[in-house]
Design a protein around this ligand. Sequence first.
Ligand SMILES: Nc1ncnc2c1ncn2[C@@H]1O[C@H](COP(=O)(O)OP(=O)(O)OP(=O)(O)O)[C@@H](O)[C@H]1O
Ligand SMILES: [Mg+2]
Length: 410
Amino acid sequence: MTDTRHLLGLLLGTEEDWPGAFEQLVRRYDPALKVGGTTHRFDVERITIEPFDLRQKSRYDLVVDRLAYWYYVPREWLKKVALMDDVYLLNNPFTFQSMEKHAAYCAMIRLGLKVPETWLVPHKQPPDNPRFPYTAAKYNRFFDIAEVADNVGYPLYMKPYDGGAWVGVTRIKDPDELRRAYDESGERLMHLQASVEGFDVFARSLSIGAETMVMKFAPDRPMHDRYSVDHAFLDPAIGDEVVTIGRVVNAFFKWEFNSCETLVRDGQVHPIDYANACPDVAITSLHYYFPWAMSALVKWSIFCTTTGRKPRLDLDTARWYEVADGEGSYDEKIAAYRTLADDYFEQDRYDEFVATSLGDFDRVAVDYFASGDFDKLLVETVTSTFPPHEHEKFVAHYRGLLAAWVRDQG
Ligand SMILES: Nc1ncnc2c1ncn2[C@@H]1O[C@H](COP(=O)(O)OP(=O)(O)OP(=O)(O)O)[C@@H](O)[C@H]1O
Ligand SMILES: [Mg+2]
């Protein structure tokens, strides 16, 4: 037997809650997994930011990144360790940076998903570049934004092509509102997207590796109340379609930690936002589902490092487009995409690994989420998130939801 230690790295900004839970869960579990003549052990470390030699080998086997989307030093470090050291990354830095919401719409429209009618319109305030006036005079076609909107239909949403965190999103019901919103959009590049009006339910799925949780979501509620604890809000076939759509996006772009927003109306599933790689997984937003998310993150990290799953950085779009461009109904294509996605995530191998090698994990997780250590983290998180007069109420609220999860595990 040889011994190997895998170092799991966390690339973090301001959050303390889930990283604390992830670290405590790995340390409590502390498995010594005997796989293929090797004993595998695990350490977790928070990655620091400092000068680095491009030829220096990475100490990490796997990195979960919540930082590189706005901070370019770790972003460039991630590219280096991906290209040179085969570090396993959640998520693929190349597709995450170049494929924003817009690219994700394009690819999924080509796959035939029911993305609402969407147009891209040129910036209201053009790029600040001395070449612009000449270029625009020669090549930019005059357009009337109200005519573009007529193609989309009202009500519609104007939202940034690379959006996130609801910044710059406006719901628009007529040409006056449209002109006002367009004037305000300034230097931001915008989509106009048809609204899915009168949807029956907003289903938001969170995927971590080969696991997906579909949750009932209410975007207009305050943060603590957006996800409802409801296990049967979709009919099973629709639920499966929602899972498939989330996994297809992820397998297509090689994102392994992402969320996907879908609006379900009259039995049709419309995906509207699914480029949220490394999404928010705060205790204060996920509450009841937080233990699931942390458990999935730990299990997927252990699976990838123990089995030597190879990170894949390139897109093999041809496999998907072969299905997309071929004959077959929507349902048949969805089923074919699911097969490709399950293949990418090695679904069977993962399930088998969890059942045979991580059989005792769930018990450790339940003990942890019922423990004083976790309660301390929960209280610290609530007191640093809410104003003092709400501490008591919200500590009780979150304790109740987490206790319900522990109870539901039997
Ligand atoms: N086509 C649409 N039909 C109906 N509602 C929509 C549509 N597009 C956006 N919305 C509403 O606007 C919200 C924000 O839009 P979207 O998710 O695309 O932006 P975002 O900036 O990524 O927001 P977030 O970070 O909160 O997910 C959605 O959660 C949904 O409630
Ligand atoms: Mg969204």
